[in-house]
Design a protein around this ligand. Structure first.
Ligand code: ADP
Ligand code: MG
Length: 456
């Protein structure tokens, strides 16, 4: 390795270790020689040699190897005729011992992957309007063809199938291209690995590991918001993989732009790819999922009968999330088989009383009006009152639209709650917002945020 090359590598290290570490510890290093896989650096003091070898040897080793140098070990020694200058912050010591560190480059055979759930495949994923886009994008990525959008970001509320889709992608890729290195883990596990690597001074192993995957999936990325060094490392990992054209798949519980305390640069990276939204389930999707689950339960409970209307009733009443829906069905089956009865409405009501009560919470028009006025920072009376100013009229229409969507009130009933307005006024407002949602991204987003807040 030439001095010149070391000079370039050194600058690369600036990015990894940060300016102040760089000035204190890396800048003063003087490249001496590279022989038999051992790179020797001169350091001005013994103290510094020890410090650098303990804290930065792995990063240096990693940087050297990434740049194509075959190095197994880096050594720091204090040489008598060294021109290496002690960094200004360090007290100079008498030159004597040689500090060395031994590290080997791990090729990442042992991937810290989280186990995949065997039930979470494409076969068991029921597709409906609310999730069809996310499903299509997941399918595309799972074909393992050329990377067309990077990253793929799947976002949506709890229990809507994000983890299911990610596992399905991983299973499919494993089947189609077993040679690919597919890594699935939660953002929490990513952080845990990162902290552990820091603690055990194995950052290089960590970096090598994460940069050697072909497909990286990080679930629930909102978890790293506010955790600065993890975000920083995530950002570097992310960039390194995107540079190599490796597919990245991310999930989050809300749109990247809405994740509080997530660094701007991370947000903007996430938004560079394809961002798709899993919408809350609708009645048809819930019914479809229930029917699919019944089929799956048939093997476990042969001869089980379900009376007409039970699944429809559940799909109607349990609209929170799919996990709750599944749990309800499982309990119903277990209960029915224990008592040896058919699953009818009576048994359902008995067995699921608590679940049904919990999901009974109904959104009221008044609640919608309150949330909407808060959101647009206007008074409740302005939403209900007669003012025709655009700054009141638009929020009012949004509130009418949400009232129509989220409650079972009729148009005249809604009109009455908006200061006695006529039902045609309500109808006009609802129509207007439907039109605007298509052409005005801001309105679409406002409505979406409000709907989520109300349904939470
Ligand atoms: P999230 O990660 O979005 O919180 P999960 O992927 O863990 O949600 O889904 C919660 C449960 O609901 C899982 O058991 C999953 O299999 C099931 N589920 C969600 N969506 C669907 C769907 N469209 N079809 C079948 N099962 C689904
Ligand atoms: Mg999940």
């Amino acid at each position: 390795m030439t001095q010149e090359k070391w000079g370039q590598l050194k600058l690369g290290l600036l990015k990894t270790v940060g300016q102040s570490n760089y000035t204190t510890w890396i800048e003063p290093l003087e490249f001496e020689q590279l022989q038999d896989g051992v790179a020797v650096f001169n350091v001005p003091t013994n103290f510094m040699g020890n410090y650098v070898s303990q804290n930065f040897a792995d990063v240096i080793l990693y940087e050297l190897n990434t740049a194509g140098e075959k190095v197994q070990r880096v050594t720091f020694r204090v040489s008598a005729n060294s021109t290496a200058k002690p960094s200004p912050r360090l007290v100079s010591e008498a030159p004597k011992a040689v500090a060395s560190v031994e590290s080997t480059v791990s090729t990442g055979e042992e991937l810290p992957a989280a186990p995949l759930d065997t039930r979470f495949t494409f076969d068991t994923f029921v597709v409906g309007k609310p999730n069809e886009l996310a499903h299509a994008a997941a399918r595309r990525v799972s074909e393992g063809g050329p990377v067309t959008f990077n990253p793929l970001v799947l976002y949506g509320g709890v229990g809507l199938g994000k983890t299911h889709l990610m596992h399905a992608i991983a299973w499919e890729l494993r089947k189609r291209q077993p040679e690919l290195n597919v890594l699935y883990l939660s953002a929490e596990q990513f952080m845990y690995r990162f902290v552990q690597a820091l603690r055990e001074r194995k950052m290089m192993d960590f970096k090598v590991l994460f940069r050697s995957v072909d497909v990286l999936m990080v679930d629930d990325v909102q978890f790293i918001a506010g955790k600065d060094s993890t975000q920083e490392e995530f950002f570097h990992t992310f960039n390194a993989l995107v540079d190599q054209n490796k597919q990245i798949i991310i999930s989050a519980d809300r749109a990247p732009g809405e994740i509080k305390d997530l660094e701007e640069r991370v947000k903007s990276r996430l938004q560079c790819g394809l961002v798709v939204d899993l919408h809350p389930t609708d009645y048809e999707l819930r019914l479809g999922i229930l029917q699919a689950k019944v089929q799956q339960h048939r093997d476990t409970y042969p001869g089980l009968e379900i009376a007409n209307g039970v699944l429809e009733f559940l799909a109607q009443r349990i609209s929170t999330n799919v996990r709750v829906l599944e749990g309800a069905l499982t309990r119903l089956f277990a209960f029915a088989s224990l008592v040896g009865r058919e699953i009818d409405m009576e048994l359902t009501q008995d067995c699921l009383a608590d679940v049904l009560r919990a999901s009974e919470r109904k959104i009221t028009v008044e609640e919608i009006q309150r949330k909407v006025s808060d959101y647009y920072n206007i008074r409740l009376s302005d939403i209900i009152g007669p003012k025709r100013l655009r700054s009141y009229a638009r929020p009012r229409q949004v509130a009418m639209y949400l009232a129509k969507q989220l409650t079972s009130r009729s148009l005249p009933e809604i009109g009455r709650r908006f200061g006695g307005r006529d039902h045609t006024t309500v109808m006009h407002g609802v129509k207007r917002i439907e039109e605007l949602k298509v052409i005005d991204g801001q309105i679409a987003e406002d409505v979406e945020i409000l709907r989520r807040a109300l349904e939470a």
